[in-house]
Write a protein that binds this ligand. Sequence first.
Ligand code: MTE
Ligand code: MO
Length: 190
Amino acid sequence: MTTLPPGQVRGKKWNIYGALGIPRVDITKWRLKTSGLVKNQLELSYDELSRMEQTVVKDGFHCVEGWSIVDVVWEGVRIKTIAEKTEYHPDCKWVIFRSIEGYTAPVPIKYALKEDSIIALKLNGEPLTIEHGFPARPIIPSVYAWKSVKWLTELIFNKEYMNGYWEAQGYHPRGDVWLEERRKQHIEQY
Ligand SMILES: Nc1nc2c(c(=O)[nH]1)N[C@H]1C(S)=C(S)[C@@H](COP(=O)(O)O)O[C@H]1N2
Ligand SMILES: [Mo]
């Protein structure tokens, strides 16, 4: 039996969220960019990402509202690989993920660089659907699903913490599901 994080119940189905709407994506123009404290700013096309080494990650998906989907299979490119390619500055403490329509979420770089933290292109063996964030979204084990920014277009490597969409409304900077970090406490210790 899969253990659920504290305070979560198994959801029967996915809820589709799009706080700022569901955008149209022209895949021929779409790029995954890196910015912030980096030596090489990258602009990767969908084809380029698809040709990089793909990693499969099986994990639970946990919405802070209390529902979890267990045993989801994601596939994509390790964030660590992209971080090394872009040569981020060692002082970076945060990666801020930004979507096409402006939704953002910060994640501690320590979490983003784990071996099973990926930019997912596939969900359960199929390319992401537009509702689930096509072409790409970050999957970072042990953080709440609000940090899995759909329609991802930019990774900002930052020294300083920055609120994202939900963090600005009182949600936790780190959002670790096993520590049940739902709402903001203090940010100093991250
Ligand atoms: N761009 C964007 N990404 C987003 C959101 C959003 O509103 N906009 N909602 C987040 C939240 S709160 C959750 S629980 C998941 C839901 O993923 P799903 O829509 O694929 O079920 O997406 C996350 N990523
Ligand atoms: Mo959520």
